[in-house]
Design a protein around this ligand. Structure first.
Ligand code: ADP
Length: 441
């Protein structure tokens, strides 16, 4: 049990020892010797206790101090108390640091703490992955030695952190990071780097999309406007002009109409929540219907269109979407194949999957365009595509339909020789072949 230090008791003890020594000296008549022996004994005891204190502090694993009496007990207890208080504080501090670390690791962004000279003091795991920092090896190194983009350096040194900046990632130039810097703990800065690649891409897509749609609408509107300005004043118009004007205006109106329809189809497919696994689509019937439309479209060019269809092969999916994908591919083959060409449409089982393909011996496409064909409004030859009434949205629609049906479009093409557009439905969406009946007789 810990007892309060009492100066009075300690003095009493000292006076007691001194009286004992003096009494012993007076009794033996050897006062000097008695004082010397008494002093030596006190010194020895003091050194012995100092030795034990030193041993306990540096070499002993025991937390509690050795049992002693007198003033030494209070010294030991005092040290023990201080140690315990420090230990509890350290534990609490450790828990706070642990919580901070766990919190910063849970943040979905890269975080770096730098001092007022821009030297790294700490970073989380994402910072090592996204910014290429090595922890703890890079502690103390300047952050602008890692993020070297001039825009970042300028921002960092200007010290105006009211707005974030967007800069390519230091480890992967195709990624865009948003850097945000804020004061932290008095004379430190906290840098947060967030991957905004997808957001930037979406923003660019949105801008491109608006620009493309306006561009597509501008030409037909200019044509219509031109005719509408001259038509009301009949006088002086060359013979047959009116007929030509109305014909041209009808073409341009149809173009706008088709563009708006295609855009609606695209946005409907993108937002589609229809379940693909619930309805069975009779693809052979759909293809036969498309063939009738294709024959009408094909009147001018007289291609030889052949359908190779497995009549029983059905799939699960969304019929309107699939019809749109099939017809876009078949009509493209008609548009981009010179007159009297050959077009083959295939619908057959390939392993456990159902495969659709359209093969033509038409224009073909140079390799450099193949990767971009399914982008919205991408056309190999814009003038040519416009002439056929194309909007550059057909293959984008196909791509979305197929992605909704868990598959992808494959394009094989050789410039000047022809193309093949194909895709296979996954096994889960392909209706299994009926088993042949077993004759038991
Ligand atoms: P468009 O409405 O212009 O036809 P698509 O998205 O359907 O737009 O097609 C994109 C481009 O791909 C077309 O402009 C055309 O250049 C090319 N293309 C598509 N199908 C074929 C094909 N069967 N043969 C040659 N080129 C094709």
């Amino acid at each position: 049990m810990h007892q309060q230090f009492s100066l009075f008791k300690s003095l009493l003890r000292l006076i007691g020892v001194a009286t004992l020594v003096l009494a012993f000296g007076a009794l033996t008549g050897e006062m000097l010797l008695s004082i010397a022996v008494g002093a030596l004994t006190v010194l020895t005891i003091t050194y012995w206790n100092l030795y034990r204190l030193n041993h306990w502090l540096w070499h002993s694993r025991r937390l509690s101090p050795p049992k002693l009496g007198g003033i030494w007990e209070h010294i030991y207890d005092g040290i023990y108390y201080l140690q315990r208080r420090n230990r509890t504080k350290r534990k609490k501090l450790g828990a706070v640091v642990k919580r901070f670390r766990e919190g910063s690791e849970a943040v979905p962004d890269a975080a770096v703490v730098v001092d007022n000279h821009g030297c790294i003091e700490w970073c989380n795991r994402l910072a090592t992955i996204e910014l290429g920092l090595k922890w703890p090896d890079d502690a103390g190194r300047r952050i602008d030695n890692f993020i070297r983009h001039p825009k970042f350096k300028e921002y960092f040194h200007a010290g105006q952190f009211d707005f974030p900046i967007e800069v390519p990632s230091p480890t992967n130039l195709s990624k865009i990071f948003e850097y945000r810097i804020m004061p932290y703990g008095g004379d430190h800065l906290l840098l947060i780097a967030r991957d905004v690649t997808r957001l930037t891409q979406l923003e660019n897509m949105r801008k491109d999309f608006v620009a493309n749609v306006s561009h597509e609408l501008k030409t037909p509107l200019t044509v219509l406007n031109g005719y509408l300005e001259v038509l009301p004043s009949d006088a002086g118009l060359p013979k047959g002009f009116k007929r030509k004007a109305y014909k041209e205006m009808a073409i341009q109106t149809r173009r706008m109409q088709s563009l708006v329809e295609q855009l609606l189809v695209l946005s409907r497919i993108e937002a589609s929540e229809e379940r693909i696994s619930e309805t069975m689509v009779d693809v052979p019937a759909v293809l036969n219907e498309i063939q009738i439309e294709a024959n009408t479209l094909n009147k001018e060019k007289s291609h030889e269109i052949t359908l190779h269809i497995e009549p029983q092969l059905k799939v699960y999916g969304v019929e309107t979407e699939l019809r749109s994908a099939f017809s876009n591919l078949i009509f493209n083959a008609i548009h981009y194949t010179p007159a009297k060409g050959k077009i083959d449409v295939y619908w057959h089982r390939s392993g456990d999957k159902a495969r659709f393909a359209v093969k033509d011996n038409g224009d073909g496409i140079a390799e450099k365009h193949l990767n971009r064909l399914t982008e919205r409004f991408y056309r190999v030859d814009t003038a040519r595509s416009r002439k056929t009434g194309g909007s550059g949205l057909g293959l984008a629609i196909v791509k979305h339909v197929l992605s909704h049906h868990n598959t992808k479009l494959h394009i094989r093409s050789k410039f000047g020789q022809g193309s093949e557009f194909s895709f296979s439905f996954p096994e889960e969406l392909t209706v299994a072949e009926p088993r042949p009946e077993v004759n038991h007789s």
